[in-house]
Design a binder for this molecule. Structure first.
Ligand SMILES: [Zn+2]
Length: 392
């Protein structure tokens, strides 16, 4: 007997090449069957999704969801209902000193799966929002390489790597030194079962340090977030040209992540980057209290911006499912397959004019956008509360 059966679906999983009309059944928290004409009588609950896309549960690989414990964080279940996000990676809201509660306190009251990157700063991003600001890794007394590595090891499999923010507003006069410490901590956290521990670096838009100092130390598999920011120190220079350091990093296998946020996504910068052959690997929102009500909202709205920019739906979905899963070292996420984790998002492309806004305040009127019609988390149906995008 299946717990839930979704019928009349367009099943789309770019990671496994699945693209067909049919049904999908869930039982015991897993995908029980995929195919045409699955037996309605064998399911406790049947939902006709009316031709909507059923894709793997979305992964937001850059989010701040350590709610009630860190000032910048939001409730991951809001994202789940709005956007079909079934896994959120909290990237450095907390460090070794305070990350334990993300898993022991917040996860038990949250349906969305929470994974984390441990900030190289011992207290994480403790200062940023709202009302006060201090660079969290400028004072190197707040960085403890050994403690960070130990924290990654202790909280596995939920901790998947290390976060560091580099830029004037986060590392201040310390420049790129915290990045080198984060990479050292990642090397210390590695072992035979986890030979590579990724570092995600936030590319601050403000000099110093220069882009090269932030990007050149990154190893294949490390993650550059805010890759489409539109500031002085971005992947795309103010003259519109792709910087050599960025091209070199992409060629050696650094993962380019969007991390939209409040200040880190420009339509023009993104279009110019893609025109010059550098296509981002992962689409993520960098959702936090400063952008959850726009301009970022969530990963689905960020995906709609790529629909507007002309990327195909399978390529968009790939970047918020399988590619993100692999970058996090959780390849069992972001797929739809029999026996796999029972997470899915039910999405439609709505023909409705909406205003999309980037982090620079530039707007685009889109004639269509992605809408969440429901989410399956651990085999359980959750009603949608779609993203509140303003009509055009
Ligand atoms: Zn962030």
């Amino acid at each position: 007997m299946h717990d839930l059966l979704l019928t009349n679906a367009r099943l789309l999983d770019p990671g496994s090449g699945l693209d067909q009309r049919g049904d999908i059944a869930f039982a015991g928290g897993k995908v029980a069957a995929i195919g045409g004409g699955l037996d309605r009588a064998q399911a406790k609950s049947v939902r006709d999704v009316g031709g909507a896309y059923v894709v793997p549960g979305l992964i937001d690989m850059h989010a701040h969801v350590y709610r009630d414990a860190t000032a910048l964080s939001v409730d991951a279940d809001l994202l789940l209902r709005r956007s079909g996000t079934t896994t959120a990676l909290d990237v450095g809201s907390a460090g070794a000193g305070n990350i334990a509660g993300l898993f022991s306190l917040v996860q038990p009251v949250t349906t969305c799966r929470l994974l984390g990157l441990v900030n190289i700063g011992h207290g994480g991003i403790f200062e940023t929002w709202p009302g006060c600001h201090m660079p969290e890794v400028e004072d190197l007394r707040l960085l403890n390489v050994k403690a960070c590595a130990a924290s990654v090891r202790k909280h596995r499999p939920f901790t998947v790597g290390i976060k560091v923010r580099i830029g004037r507003s986060s590392s201040g006069t310390a420049g790129a030194a915290p990045l080198h410490m984060a990479i050292r901590a990642a090397e210390m956290a590695a072992d035979s079962d986890h030979p590579f521990v990724p570092v995600m670096v936030h590319l601050g838009g403000e000099l110093p340090p220069r882009l090269e100092e932030i990007v050149d130390p990154l190893r294949p598999g490390d993650i550059l977030t805010h890759c489409c920011s539109a500031k002085d120190n971005s992947v795309v220079a103010p003259d519109g040209k792709l910087r050599d350091a960025a091209r070199r990093a992409k060629e050696r296998g650094v993962v380019f992540d969007i991390g939209h946020g409040m200040g880190s996504f420009g339509f023009d910068a993104c279009a110019r980057m893609m025109d010059q052959g550098l296509v981002p690997d992962v689409i993520s929102s960098d959702v936090h209290v400063g952008c959850v009500d726009g301009p970022a909202y969530d990963v689905l709205v960020t995906m709609s911006k790529f629909l507007f920019l002309g990327m195909s739906l399978p390529e968009i979905v790939r970047r918020a499912t399988t590619t993100a899963a692999k970058a996090m070292g959780w390849p069992e996420l972001g797929v739809l397959k029999q026996g796999g984790i029972g997470d899915a998002a039910v999405l439609e492309i709505a023909d409705r004019r909406v205003t999309l806004t980037d982090s620079m305040g530039a707007t685009r009127v889109a004639g269509r956008h992605l809408v969440c019609r429901g989410t399956v988390a651990g085999g359980r149906w959750i009603e949608a509360d779609p993203s509140p995008l303003p009509p055009a």
